[in-house]
Design a protein around this ligand. Structure first.
Ligand SMILES: CC(C)(COP(=O)(O)OP(=O)(O)OC[C@H]1O[C@@H](n2cnc3c(N)ncnc32)[C@H](O)[C@@H]1OP(=O)(O)O)[C@@H](O)C(=O)NCCC(=O)NCCS
Length: 140
């Protein structure tokens, strides 16, 4: 298994469609439309962020998408927008490997939003994530 990290300057445009399709499939009920996933990837290229891929024999087995907020000191610098591993290879350590890389390459605090019933909360807690705030949204 190989972990690869990309930013704006070395973004793997040739894998973009494959990454969008992977996230669309493997995020399952926690996912977004392909259009929205594409926006988060474009943000990395246009405004900053990191893309972390786990590859096995050229095949994608896990993806993390981080967008940089550029708002450090009042909003965390990094938003972990998506994390997904291959549906058929869950609980084999891929998510942990990707999160280790995310923590390694991202400077500063990391924010993520997660469904209150998502078992992935355990994974994030293992890495020290806490939830001191309640998020409130005005949907309009
Ligand atoms: C969350 C996700 C990325 C975890 O990936 P993974 O490759 O299975 O992660 P790991 O194998 O490294 O598991 C690490 C730990 O996370 C916790 N964990 C992960 N999935 C879990 C589950 N379904 N139930 C309970 N604990 C879970 C466990 O503590 C696990 O360690 P253990 O297997 O030694 O008990 C994967 O389940 C996924 O893609 N889910 C769908 C998308 C999603 O929910 N993404 C997160 C929302 S932002």
């Amino acid at each position: 298994m190989t972990i690869k990290t990309y930013q704006s300057y070395n973004f793997p445009f040739e894998l973009k469609k494959e990454i969008v399709d992977f996230l669309f499939t493997h995020l399952e009920q926690f996912g977004d439309s392909k259009e929205v996933i594409t926006k988060a990837l474009n943000y990395i290229v246009d405004k900053g962020g990191h893309l972390v891929l786990c590859l096995e024999k050229e095949e994608i087995t896990g993806v993390a998408v981080i967008n940089h907020t550029h708002m450090d000191s009042y909003i965390p610098e990094n938003i972990l927008v998506y994390l997904a591993t291959d549906l058929n290879r869950r609980r084999t350590g891929i998510g942990t490997l990707i999160m280790k890389e995310v923590l390694d390459v991202c400077r500063g605090n990391i924010l993520l939003r997660i469904d209150a019933h998502n078992p992935a909360i355990k994974l994030y807690e293992k890495f020290g994530f806490t939830n001191p705030y309640l998020e409130m949204v005005l949907k309009r």
